[in-house]
Structures are given as structure tokens and as C-alpha cells.
Design a protein around this ligand. Structure first.
Ligand SMILES: *Cc1c(COP(=O)(O)O)cnc(C)c1O
Length: 346
């Protein structure tokens, strides 16, 4: 791809650091389908402890974790409630329909967040014509909302409404540690009202592969069978878990640095004519920017940036997304701002 200097497409692009590679090489391993991989077992115990839940399961990806959660919580024909731009609904290849056979009821929220009133209205009364809603999925932080954070109070209120109506609550917490760091609270507080949580090791936490599904012992036992069914029963996977353990133990607090860089980028962009950023919604490591210069197409801008060694993703015909992460420096952000200014102000 030529000389890529700054990759802001996603926080999934981080490469394992030398320490991670060393720990991976030295990891004690066994057959995890037999429950005999000590490093996987350690990662699962550590994840459960960090979130203050009973048990955890290593899965190959965030998508697999979310899909297993929906399969485990629901029966075919159930309704599940989620936000319209949520990853589970919009970006998992229709898996909830294909595999769990559930009926999505989507709510269009504000920056990816649904309100208590919206949730109350979405839960239908018992009626012979309606499917039964059994699961609420919340995304924290919201990816397409721009990395927006659902607070502890908001979480608890939504979860209470759901539980009062007999729904389970699953959190797509691909970036739940970004939310906890932003709120400056233990992640276990933030997820205490949830029945299950998926979080990614392979995003801001910087591990090369893997996500964790966390919940009660009963939930995880059932989930483990679905993981096997979907082909996610890995063998000497401790090699992967070693990187995840290092990330969980050492790389959570530094997420603040990613948030600081996203803030710097957002402030810089907001001063450039032809591009619009809502600084108020830039809370964590994602910046959504709308192109307002009419003679430039988003895809043109993406291409011009690429020629200067900067990679970003477009979200729609007006919007591009920047994601900061462990392999991005202050100099990278300065360079990106300088290049965008050159393109837009010429
Ligand atoms: C990335 C992401 C996922 C899926 O993770 P993969 O490991 O890429 O499958 C799920 N939910 C959200 C909010 C994400 O951003």
C-alpha cells in the first residue's frame, strides 16, 4: 500500500508490541476445547474478575461474541431491541436473523444512544399478534454514534426498564474500557446491571486477536456450546490469550491518551473551513467529521489523504471517521491536520 504513515481507519489496526510477542511466544498452552489451556483459563478468570461477573469465554471476534450472546439469550421468533446504527444490527452480516432467527426492533437514537422514553415506547404490551421481546442490546461506546459514552446512570435506567419488562440486557462493549476510562469509574460498575457483556481485546486494548464474552456461569456454559457450534472452539489458543492478558493488565489506563489525541484532532478539524465536527460528541477515541466543502467528494478526500500516507474510512457521502489508537502519535495528528488544511484551503 505504499508508504502509510498514519492509519486512522480503526483501532483494530494496532500491531502487537514486542512485549506482547514475547509473552505470546512463551505462553503455556493446552487444548482449550478440553478446558486445558492454562493461559486461556487465566484470561477468562481475569476478564470475569475485572467485570465482576461469574465467568467469561474467549471468542475469536467481537462479532462472534455478540452473535453467541444473542443465540444464548433468545429463542427463535423473539424480538430483540437495539439502536438502528448498532453493530449487532447493521454490521454483522444479518447474523441475528440467520442464526438466532430473531426479529429486530430498532430505535433511532441520538448519537447512537437511546433514551428511556424511547425504550419504554418500543416495548410492546402483550398481544397475540406481537413477538415477545426478550433482549435489549446496548452499545457502549457507540461506534457510529462517534464513540459516545452511555453513563452509569443511563445504563442502569435503561437496564431497569428492560428487566421490569422481562428482557435480558446484553452490552456490546467492544470499547467498554474506553467508556469506563472516560467516566473514570471501574468497568465493573458500568456493567453491573447487564446480564452479559462482549468486549474486544483487538481494538483499543491493542491485542492482535480476540474478544471476551462475560456473564453468569450458566450463561457462559451455554455460550461455550454455541461457540463450538460456530467453529470457535480453538485449541492451543493461549498464544493469543497471552497478548490479551498483557493488554488487560497494562493497557487500559493508556486509553486516555487515545481520547486526548481524538480531542486534539477534533479541535484542529473544527478550525478548518470546509469540515464540520461536533466537538461535544467527541468523548473517546472516535471523531466523525462532515465535509461541507461542496466541490469535494468524500471519496476524493479519502483518496487525497491516502496519497499523503493517511488512511481513514468514509461513513457516508458526507462523513469520514477517524479512530485514534496505540500506534498513533501527537506528530501523526499534527501531520494529519496539516494535510487536511492543505487540501481544503487550497
Ligand atoms: C468492532 C466492533 C464489533 C465487532 O468486532 P470484530 O472483532 O470486528 O468482529 C462489535 N461491536 C462494535 C461496537 C464494534 O465496534
Amino acid at each position: 500500500m505504499g508508504n502509510i504513515l498514519v492509519d486512522l481507519r480503526s483501532d483494530t489496526v494496532t500491531k502487537p508490541c514486542p512485549i506482547m510477542r514475547e509473552l505470546m511466544a512463551k505462553a503455556e498452552v493446552g487444548d482449550d476445547v478440553y478446558g486445558e489451556d492454562p493461559t486461556i483459563n487465566k484470561l477468562e478468570e481475569l476478564s470475569a474478575r475485572k467485570l465482576n461477573k461469574e465467568a467469561a469465554l474467549f471468542v475469536t471476534s467481537g462479532t462472534m461474541g455478540n452473535q453467541i450472546a444473542v443465540l444464548t439469550h433468545t429463542s427463535r421468533g423473539d424480538e430483540i431491541i437495539l439502536e438502528a446504527s448498532s453493530h449487532i444490527y447493521a454490521f454483522e452480516v444479518g447474523g441475528i436473523a440467520m442464526m438466532a432467527g430473531v426479529m429486530p426492533n430498532t430505535i433511532t437514537g441520538n448519537n447512537g444512544k437511546i433514551s428511556p422514553d424511547q425504550l419504554r415506547k418500543a416495548i410492546k404490551p402483550e398481544n397475540i399478534h406481537y413477538p415477545k421481546a426478550t433482549l435489549l442490546c446496548l452499545e457502549n461506546t457507540s461506534n457510529f454514534g462517534g464513540g459516545t459514552v452511555t453513563t452509569l446512570e443511563e445504563m442502569d435506567e435503561l437496564a431497569n426498564i428492560a428487566k421490569g419488562n422481562g428482557l435480558k440486557v446484553h452490552i456490546d462493549g467492544a470499547r467498554i474500557f474506553n467508556a469506563a476510562v472516560y467516566l473514570n469509574i471501574p468497568v465493573s460498575d458500568l456493567v453491573k446491571s447487564a446480564d452479559s457483556i462482549m468486549f474486544c481485546l483487538s481494538k483499543g486494548l491493542g491485542a492482535p486477536v480476540g474478544s471476551m464474552l462475560v456473564g453468569s456461569k450458566e450463561f457462559i456454559n451455554k455460550a461455550r456450546k454455541y461457540r463450538k457450534m460456530l467453529g470457535g472452539g480453538l485449541r492451543q489458543a493461549g498464544i493469543l490469550a497471552a497478548a490479551g492478558i498483557y493488554a488487560l493488565e497494562n493497557l487500559v489506563e493508556r486509553l486516555q491518551e487515545d481520547h486526548n489525541l481524538a480531542g486534539k484532532l477534533a479541535r484542529g478539524l473544527s478550525e478548518i473551513p470546509g469540515i464540520k465536527v461536533n466537538i461535544g460528541t467527541v468523548q473517546t477515541n472516535i471523531v466523525m467529521a462532515d465535509l461541507t466543502k461542496s466541490d469535494l467528494d468524500v471519496n476524493n478526500l479519502v483518496e487525497l489523504l491516502k496519497q499523503k500516507g493517511i488512511l481513514v474510512n468514509s461513513v457516508n457521502e458526507k462523513r469520514i471517521r477517524f479512530v485514534t489508537h496505540r500506534d498513533i502519535s501527537t506528530e501523526n495528528i499534527d501531520y494529519t491536520l496539516q494535510v487536511i488544511k492543505q487540501i481544503l484551503v487550497s
